[in-house]
Design a protein. Sequence first.
Lengths: 351, 75, 530
Amino acid sequence: MKEKKNVRGKIFATVAIGLVLIIVILGLLQRLVMPKYMGEVKEGALIGEYYDENKDFDVVFIGDCEVYENFVPAVLWENYGINSYIRGSAQQLIWQSYYLAEETLTYETPDVIVFNVLALQYNEPQKEAYNRMTIDGMRWSPSKVGSIQASMMEDENFIEYVFPLLRYHDRWSALEKEDFTYLFGAEKVGHNGYYMQVGIEPVEYIPEGRRLGDYSFGDNAWSYMDKMVALCEEKGVELVLIKAPSLYPEWYDEWDVQVEEYAAEHNLKYINFLECTEEIGLDYSTDTYDAGLHLNLYGAVKLTDYFGEYLVTECGLEDRRREEALAAEWEVKLERFYEQKEELEALEEEK
Amino acid sequence: MDRLLEILSDLHPEIDFEECTTLIDDGILDSFDIVSLISEINEEYDVVISAEYIVPENFNSAEALYALIEKLEEE
Amino acid sequence: MLFTSYRFLAFLLVLFVLYYVIPKKTQWMLLLVASYVFYAFAGWEYFIFMGITTLSTYGAGLLIDRNHSRQKAYLAEHKAELSKEEKKAYKEKQKNKRFAIMVVCLVLNFGILAVLKYTNFMIANINGVLEMTGSDKVLAFQDLILPLGISFYTFQSMGYLIDIHRGKYGAQKNVLKFALFVSFFPQLIQGPISRYDDLEKGLFGQHAFDWHTVSFGLQRILWGYFKKLVIADRMLIGVNAIIGDTESFTGFYVFLGMLFYALQLYADFTGGIDITIGIAQVLGIKMQENFNRPYFSKGIKEYWRRWHISLGAWFTDYLFYPISVCKPMLKVSKWSRKLLGEQVGKRVPVYAASIAVWFVTGIWHGAAWNFIVWGLGNCFFIMLSQECEPLYEKFHNRFAVKEKMWFKAFQIGRTFLLMSSLRMLDCYRDVPMTFRMFGSMFTDWNIGEVLSTGIWNLGLGLHDYIVLLIGIVILLTVSLVGRRGSVRDKIASKPMWVSMAVFGGMFIAVILFGAYGMGYDASQFIYNQF
């Protein structure tokens, strides 16, 4: 009898150890095959970096590349003592922005949330790869679930977000060095969510925007705008709408009117930076790294400085440079910021 | 019975049909054999073995087959 | 719901758990509900057709069964008073009644199948004839639905009906139980075509949870997914590339495509059947095997006893024998023997029935001339080998090679190549194209080009070939080991950690190396369409 029990125990132990081993192996494989976003496409790493922060921000930017390429939190701190963070990702769709805002507000309550309105143009999910860049970096929360459900394309499955191995399993044949180097942790890419670019490519011509049949934003997009407004209201956060001064993709006047009306109706601030490029002092022959799509660091510094002024005067944000702990934190961040700036500029010189 | 054994030996001379009881199970008789067998039996005994009787139990041995023929003759 | 969808796996998981939690008496009801849920995912409108088949076969079965018992009772009751002739007349009358009921039901069900499946094929042929005669009339194609699994469940139900008519077993009295027999979900997509007496006990019995059975079932399912996802679906990329471009891919490419397709079809079909039988096993239901290492067959007839066994057996029992031994055929046989002599004459019934069976087998696989030619091609080679039998015998009497390894290997290779060549008719657009591609194997000598650069143009990279090669080696090993008893038994007899390693490794391999998800078209099981 005792012997039988022993055998059973042994079997049980073998099965248990075996299962744990299989799960560990699968877990490692999952880490291995998931894109690291450390090579050419670094933007995918941005969203996940937020969780390492102390999450005590005055301003949180939310939106697509027009926020993470165009605003520099370091400048807001240096010039105005504003502690800010950008939760931006490539082609972030408005429902993804909403859920990121929702998630952020479970960690902290900033004074201002800034949302870039370009995303209103999309009423449906666009591309699986961009969904992944925005969502995979998020930690699990009801917001992440909501974001996945709102974003999935027809051929996507929820379970592939739960176990990304099922999505990326096929990358086993395309593994690169970085997949091994960054197996257990990535390098930091962003500077409080800002993705630094120092190249210069002047604007030579602006492709004319395609005429659209219908300029009104879609219902789905608007519904998330409404939700965002309601969310901010509920949490007592001021929502500021902006349109970054990227020359294209085209920001149609018809679109601008709709946002203006919406802002007025809901008592929101809305700044279309395209209308104040001169005041900002933007020079499109030096201030963009890709001929007008995004600003480079020099343009972003100008824009951020301009916007900092606005945040202080219009939103009443206070200077926090006297807070010792925060200042110490920023000292480290700024050091890294300037180090990378020098590095990148040196690289640019070589070109 | 002897006549039946003769018919069977014509099909497969190498098999001892008096002893073998796994003609179907071992694949000795295939569907072609069975059909020729049935038409021979039809000639010889004037009974019709219709498709419903083509089950392994009836064809596994000469004895079983003969029993089937006798049963059908009676009807 | 495809076998390879996440939804199906979730469905299975829920079913397996529920199945062993609910009272055992209700297990079969759960299976019926599950099967109907599964079917509903394919399309609600399909239920009409399955409903007609279920109800008509159920009803006809009952009527025939009742007639059987009534006849028995009547004869027993009036044993004394009836003369032999009267008895015979009575029997004959009842027999005709039963036959009529069966025929009505057969015509109805095969009629539905024929209309849905073959109308457009007929229209295309009629249009072809019209065109040849110079008529400018063209019949319009009909927009018909083809309910999921209709070929399989129709055949399975009709097999039941014929068996009832033959008095092989009694009819199922419970219409819901019968509905389960018709709709049992694991076999809907691609068979096997089960017999009622094989399935009855398993389907309606009570099953206690048995770790051994359940784990073996799960292992079989996993093995099925391995074949399907790792081998078949990856191979499919190459197959599609080759058959998709008949301009570029001729000569040795065609040969390569033929081999690829042979492996892909085998892995896909047997993998699907492994999943089906594995699911049934987890549920405690024993299902008949549908394959027996067919590619190791030494001849075509043997091959067809080992490939898609349930279909071949169905055709033999319900079509081949009824045709070849029916009274008119026996008359034909007598007459032909007189007319053509003993040797030729006795072949008439067998060959006539064979041609009919293979014609139907062909058209069962698809409403196209490709499949008809394929079926008759099989028939031709079977007859040819039958006719060559005396020659073979002479050869074997002269040379003692029959038991030699290399000769067996030669026979196996010959059979494999022959079956693979015929199967090319599955692949290409039409019959002339198939023959042209087949011919190009012997006229376009591009083997050097194909092996040096060509294999990289098929959408498969080095890593794909490596996975395929390893997969095939595993497949072959399992096949060879399996000749002497169950592979799972062998693994289970080893220490526990061995099976953990084997099946854990296989699970990881399926997840990592399976050709599924983004970038792979959800390729359906090939037999879905039949």
